[in-house]
Ligand binder design. Structure first.
Ligand code: MN
Length: 417
C-alpha cells in the first residue's frame, strides 16, 4: 500500500497522521458549528453533516449525520461502512470532480474542538498483554504465580463503566477510595496515592450479536467498526485492596480516556500481522489462523506542570496475546449480546523491555525504582498537574495512519462530603 493522494495538500505529507488512506471518524464543533460528525483529512475536517445536507453523501433514506455521534452509522453494518468510506475517498481524492463543491465544507482542525465520537454502550476491559500480566502478577503474587492458571486459555476481562469514558483532553480527578497499607491493621479512606495510566487500544463494536448467539472469531472481526487509543486510568492502592476475589471495581471506574478519532478497520487492513507464538494451544472457539493483530507503534509521554515533556515508554500493539476479535468471540461465547457502541479495552500493552512497559506500576516496579523524568525529577506514580498523553501510529512505506493523541491532566481529588 502506498500513499493515496488528496487535493487537500496537507494530507499528502509523509508525516501527516491523516492522509487519504486513513479517514478517521470523529465529532467536532467550532464557535459557529454545533457538535457534528466529521472526517479528518490532512489538517482539515470534512463536515459530514453539511456534506449530507448538500447532497454529497446519501447513505440511507433518513440522514445519519445530523447527530453528534457515530452510532447511527455503525447500525448500517459493514457494507454501509464500506460504501461511506468509498464515497468520502472519492470526494477527497486528487482529481475529484467534487472538489469545488466539497472544499467549502472543510473546517481547519485548529478551529475545532473534539467531542466523544460515539455513545459508549458498554465498556469491557481485557488483560491481554502477556508482559503486563507477568509483571503485575510478579508484583502482586510473586514470580512463581505470575500468570494465573487461566491466562493462557482465556482472554481475562471485567465489565467496566461506560458512564465515565471521556474524550481526550478531559481533566481527570484523582479518585477517592478505600485502601489498606500492607502493614496497616485497618483500611482507610481518602485520595488515591498510587494513580496510574494504562496504555491500551480500544476496539469499537459496530454490529450487534444476539443474546444466546455466539460468534466466531472471523465474525467478531467483521463486527469491529474501528479502533481508538485508550487510557484505562487506574488507582493501584485501591485496586490492591479491593481486587480479590472479583477483580477491579472502583480502582478503574473513575475515568477512562479515549482518543477522539475512530481509526477504521479498513484503514488498518495493510498493517495486519500474525499473533504471538503460542506454546499452549487455544480451545477451538478462540483459534483463528488469519492475521488479527496490528503493527501499531505506541508511546506515552508525560508532562509535569512546569517541567519538560519526557517519553515514558515505547511499544507496539503486536505485543498483545489476544486480538480484539478473539476477545469479542469469547465475550459472546456465553450468550452475552454485543451492542453497537460497545468499547473493548485491549489490556495494557507492555513490551518485553523495561522501556516498553505500559504503566507506571511496571515502569517504577511498584514504586521501588522511580522513573527519571528529567529536570532532576522522578515519578513512581502520577502527581496532580501531570499530563499523560498516548500516541499511536501505523507506519506504511510513504504514509502513516495516525490515531491523534489521547491526553488527560490529573487534578486534585474532590473533597468528600
Ligand atoms: Mn486496563
Amino acid at each position: 500500500m502506498t500513499l493515496r493522494k488528496s487535493w487537500v495538500e496537507s494530507a499528502n505529507d509523509v508525516a501527516c497522521p491523516f492522509p487519504l488512506n486513513n479517514l478517521p471518524y470523529g465529532v467536532f464543533s467550532t464557535n459557529r458549528l454545533e457538535p457534528r460528525c466529521g472526517v479528518a483529512i490532512g489538517d482539515m475536517i470534512l463536515d459530514l453533516c453539511a456534506a449530507e445536507e448538500a447532497g454529497q453523501l446519501q447513505l440511507a433514506e433518513a440522514p445519519v449525520f445530523d447527530v453528534p455521534y457515530w452510532n447511527d452509522v455503525m447500525e448500517l453494518g459493514p457494507e454501509g461502512w464500506q460504501i461511506l468510506r468509498d464515497r468520502i475517498e472519492a470526494l477527497l481524492a486528487e482529481g475529484s470532480t467534487d472538489q469545488a463543491a466539497v472544499a467549502p465544507l472543510l473546517v481547519p482542525m485548529q478551529d475545532a474542538r473534539m467531542h466523544m465520537p460515539f455513545v459508549v454502550a458498554e465498556f469491557t476491559d481485557f488483560y491481554a498483554g502477556r508482559h503486563h500480566a507477568e509483571n503485575v502478577g510478579t508484583m502482586f503474587r510473586g514470580a512463581d504465580n505470575a500468570l494465573p492458571a487461566n491466562w493462557l486459555h482465556i482472554p481475562i476481562g471485567y465489565n467496566g463503566r461506560a458512564s465515565t469514558v471521556v474524550v481526550s483532553g478531559t481533566d481527570i480527578l484523582r479518585p477517592n477510595g478505600q485502601t489498606r497499607a500492607p502493614d496497616a491493621e485497618k483500611p482507610s479512606f481518602g485520595p488515591c496515592a498510587r494513580l496510574d495510566f494504562e496504555l491500551e487500544l480500544g476496539a469499537i463494536v459496530g454490529s450487534a450479536s444476539q443474546m444466546g448467539a455466539p460468534v466466531s472469531v472471523a465474525q467478531a472481526d467483521e463486527m469491529i467498526f474501528g479502533y481508538v487509543l485508550l487510557n484505562d486510568w487506574s488507582a493501584r492502592d485501591i485496586q490492591a485492596w479491593e481486587y480479590q476475589p472479583l477483580g477491579p471495581f472502583q480502582a478503574k471506574a473513575f475515568a477512562t480516556s479515549i482518543s477522539p478519532w475512530i481509526v477504521t478497520r479498513a484503514a488498518l487492513e495493510p498493517f495486519r500481522t500474525q499473533g504471538p507464538d503460542r506454546d499452549t494451544p487455544l480451545l477451538p472457539y478462540l483459534e483463528h489462523s488469519a492475521p488479527m493483530f496490528y503493527d501499531i507503534d505506541l508511546s506515552v509521554t508525560l508532562q509535569t506542570e512546569d517541567g519538560p515533556t519526557c517519553t515514558l515508554t515505547r511499544t507496539n500493539s503486536k505485543a498483545l496475546y489476544y486480538a480484539a476479535a478473539q476477545q469479542i468471540a469469547h465475550h459472546a461465547s456465553s450468550g452475552c449480546a454485543m451492542t453497537p457502541g460497545d468499547l473493548i479495552g485491549s489490556g495494557t500493552i507492555s513490551g518485553a523491555q523495561v522501556h516498553e512497559r505500559g504503566s507506571m506500576l511496571e515502569l517504577s516496579w511498584g514504586g521501588e525504582t522511580p522513573v527519571d523524568i528529567g529536570d532532576g525529577q522522578t515519578r513512581s506514580f502520577l502527581l496532580d498537574g501531570d499530563t499523560v498523553t498516548l500516541h499511536g501510529t501505523a507506519k506504511g512505506k510513504d504514509y502513516q495512519i495516525g490515531f491523534g493523541t489521547c491526553t488527560g491532566t490529573i487534578r486534585p481529588a474532590p473533597i468528600f462530603p
